[in-house]
Design a protein around this ligand. Structure first.
Ligand SMILES: [Zn+2]
Length: 332
């Protein structure tokens, strides 16, 4: 019988504590030590900041780690626990899924203590870090081959009170887009587990395959805005500039109608940019069939008035693969 997942330090200790969340060994790999920092300034909000869930999304781990350069000084109350690298094997391999068992950490919550390594990480996070907190910021980015607007996102939540609180928290990031994202209902998401326990959970989405200086600056500004809104630090929120715009808007996107798919296999070329407004019939991209050069290039068109939230930034796609995601203002 292996040991239970645990922290190497006491979360109740005042001030700054550094240590690890130990994920016990299993049949497939030895024990993992996930770096964790606790900043305990007593009464106030209890916030967990996680990053590195998907190993190919590296903005989150950088921004979470950079918090240590200023947050210990700036924090005025409450408690913040930062776990910048939830899935070390995936981060080291720059892979969305854990290379050891091929699983997506954000699809296996609440995990299993006797499962494979990804399930054991989820179990450790769910049992040791999550119970302690009332708000979670999970820092992601959109992954390779996509261009998209920096966003704070949530999914529709059945409880209207928790939905309103979560949306308010997401909007406090003041990023160009706040998105209520109707998800296909994938089981095992960290969001769903936390929300089912009544916690406010906001997922930030940034970047796009390459870690850029601009994206990191935006990410950091958004996170700071959210910390101000929670009352953990003092200051005035700023609207970060993205592509010459300084706006923040709240949108929703529906899986069934707002995801545009490739009608055939081939190379996708974007014909618009994120945050562009499109109307019915506008061309958002082109698909170049490559198996036969006599086949026509196919125009992919918008189905209605909407804003382009995410678009493939040029990739070989299979038939029915998503190439763009559009969104509409909430309640329209
Ligand atoms: Zn992710």
């Amino acid at each position: 019988m292996s040991e239970a997942p645990h922290l190497t330090f006491d979360l109740e200790k005042p001030g700054m504590s550094n240590g690890h969340l130990v994920v016990p060994e299993g049949a497939d790999c030895e024990a993992l030590s996930l770096p964790v920092v606790s900043l305990n300034k007593g009464e106030g909000p209890r916030l967990l900041i996680t990053a590195g869930c998907h190993g190919d999304e590296l903005e989150g781990p950088i921004v979470a780690r950079r918090l240590l350069e200023w947050l210990p000084e700036a924090q005025v109350c409450g408690r913040v626990v930062i776990a910048p690298m939830l899935n070390p094997p995936a981060v080291k391999a720059c892979s969305r899924n854990t290379p050891i068992d091929g699983l997506n950490l954000n699809r296996v919550f609440p995990g299993r203590s006797d499962g494979s390594v990804t399930e054991r990480i989820a179990d450790a996070v769910a049992r040791v870090l999550l119970p302690w907190t009332d708000t979670v910021f999970d820092l992601h980015s959109f992954g390779l081959n996509w261009d998209f607007s920096p966003s704070s996102t949530t999914h529709p939540i059945a409880d209207p009170v928790l939905m309103a609180k979560t949306l308010q928290m997401a909007e406090a990031f003041k990023l160009p887009m706040t998105l209520v994202w109707e998800h296909p209902g994938s089981p095992g998401m960290f969001d769903t587990l936390a929300q089912n326990q009544g916690k406010v959970f906001v997922c930030a989405e940034f970047g796009g395959g390459t870690v850029s200086f601009d994206a990191i600056a935006l990410y950091e500004a958004g996170l700071r805005n959210a910390l101000i809104a929670l009352g953990l630090v003092e200051g005035k929120p700023e609207y970060p500039t993205f592509r010459q715009q300084k706006v923040t808007q709240t949108f929703e996107t529906r899986r069934s109608s707002d995801e545009l798919k490739s009608p055939a296999r081939g190379i996708f070329e974007p014909r618009c940019s994120v945050l562009d407004q499109v109307k019915h019939g506008d061309i958002i991209g082109a698909l170049y069939p490559m198996d036969s050069l006599t086949a026509d290039v196919i125009a992919i068109r918008a189905l209605g008035t909407s804003i382009v939230y995410a678009i493939r930034s040029g990739a070989y796609v299979e038939m029915n693969e998503a190439v763009a995601l559009v969104a509409r203002p909430v309640n329209q």
